[in-house]
Design a binder for this molecule. Structure first.
Ligand SMILES: Nc1ncnc2c1ncn2[C@@H]1O[C@H](COP(=O)(O)OP(=O)(O)OP(=O)(O)O)[C@@H](O)[C@H]1O
Ligand SMILES: [Mg+2]
Length: 381
């Protein structure tokens, strides 16, 4: 389905022309500083959001997420630094940026004494979305996409919070924006409404949109985000693809003396140097190539087997990629191993071949929660 305007390609593929490969990131944030009164709310924040990502912006209350988002949405001028959306500077060319973003503020109200359809038609007119005659094909398409068609004649005031949130998201889609910027889109929603919003985000990503969303609820993002940035007290603690960060964490833990650097392409910056001290995720402060560290990360899996721990340990200790075997919760066994799913499959194979029945295998999930706890200090401002 298209919403009237051609959708952006999902991502730059191998067959795309070189110009497309060299396209700017969907959002580029560089050395962003902001201050309210005498209080530095954002301190040298830099990260990239690549086209086609669902990018989670995570941080505790007061970390500066909304402030960053308001700059991206052209509603707040930063004190210093630069933000670009699809290569357009938000301070220099806010009009053009507004055309390509769909912004959903946190806790924004909806007009309540209108129906769903009237609400969306009003905003379609406000956004000057092209309509064919008097029919609002775009409104129909957006209602279909957001599952609001059945509710089209419902008064907004009678809708649940989850449905209102969905309506807000629908509103941001009317002008078919390339980049969605959503401030806490799932806050205050029950689990079902949250899952529905999440599914919708996945669908929008498949349509080629880039989605940037903030949250302080980790589990709401873990399954859906491709990359994250974690903000604490106005400072960026870490940014990048979740698996990369998890791997870097594991490497840093395994070899604390070896500098492990984030894949950051930004210029050197004095403030970044202070941040970089002791922080393996901070942007590099000089142009030296990233040290090449070859180290196999450790992973954990929870096994449920029909044998005592000692028998499992005796079987697995001969495997070179198994590091530890120990007791887990509820009679389970925790195995720490090096490598990927192949290694875990090897663990299961070894057990079965030694006559140990394996009832369940649960690789450690939710890397995001682990990352968050490891890289943040629990500081709020
Ligand atoms: N207009 C303002 N004037 C003064 N201080 C402000 C203003 N807006 C935000 N702040 C302060 O800036 C800090 C960052 O606020 P911000 O809303 O960006 O945080 P947040 O990460 O979005 O938090 P939350 O998770 O609660 O939404 C907070 O300490 C807040 O009190
Ligand atoms: Mg906020």
């Amino acid at each position: 389905m298209t919403l009237g305007v051609p959708l952006a390609p999902p991502s730059a593929g191998a067959t795309q022309p070189i110009a497309a490969l060299a396209a700017p990131p969907a959002i580029r944030v560089r050395h962003l500083w902001h201050r309210f009164g005498r209080f530095d709310v954002l301190r040298d924040v830099s990260f990239d959001v690549h086209a086609g990502e669902i990018f989670g912006f995570i941080g505790p209350n007061g970390a500066g997420k909304t402030t960053t988002i308001r700059v991206m949405a052209t509603l707040l001028e930063p004190m210093a630094g630069r933000v670009e959306v699809d290569g357009l500077d938000v301070t220099i060319d806010p009009e053009s940026v507004r055309k390509i973003i769909g912004y959903m503020p946190d806790h924004a109200g909806v007009y309540e004494r209108v129906t769903v359809r009237e609400y969306l038609e009003f905003f379609a007119d406000a956004y000057r979305v092209p309509t064919a005659g008097t029919t609002y094909a775009v409104v129909d398409a957006v209602m279909e996409l957001t599952d609001l068609t059945k509710l089209r004649d419902k008064l907004v005031i009678t809708m649940s919070k989850g449905m209102k949130q969905r309506l807000q998201l629908a509103r941001t889609l009317l002008h078919d924006p390339k980049v969605l910027i959503l401030d806490e889109p799932a806050s205050d929603l029950d689990p079902r409404a949250r899952i529905e919003i999440r599914d919708l985000l996945v669908e929008l990503r498949a349509m080629g949109k880039t989605i940037f969303l903030s949250s302080h609820i980790l589990t709401e993002l873990a399954d859906v985000c491709t990359s994250v940035a974690i903000l604490e007290r106005g400072r960026l603690v870490v940014a990048g693809p979740i698996h990369d960060i998890a791997r870097r964490l594991e490497l840093a833990a395994a070899q604390p003396a070896v500098p492990v650097q984030a894949p950051y392409a930004g210029p050197p910056h004095a403030a970044g140097q202070a941040l970089a001290q002791g922080n393996p995720f901070a942007p590099p402060t000089h142009a030296a190539p990233t040290p090449h560290v070859i180290e196999i990360p450790k992973r954990r899996a929870k096994l449920k087997v029909m044998a005592p721990l000692e028998a499992v340990a005796a079987t697995l200790q001969v495997l070179p990629n198994v590091a530890t075997v120990g007791p887990g919760p509820g009679g389970t066994i925790i195995v720490t191993y090096m490598g990927d799913d192949q290694s875990l499959a090897g663990v299961v194979r070894a057990l079965v071949m030694n006559g140990i029945a394996v009832v369940g295998v649960e690789p450690e999930r939710n890397e995001l929660e682990r990352i968050f706890l490891e890289v943040t200090k629990g500081e709020v401002q």
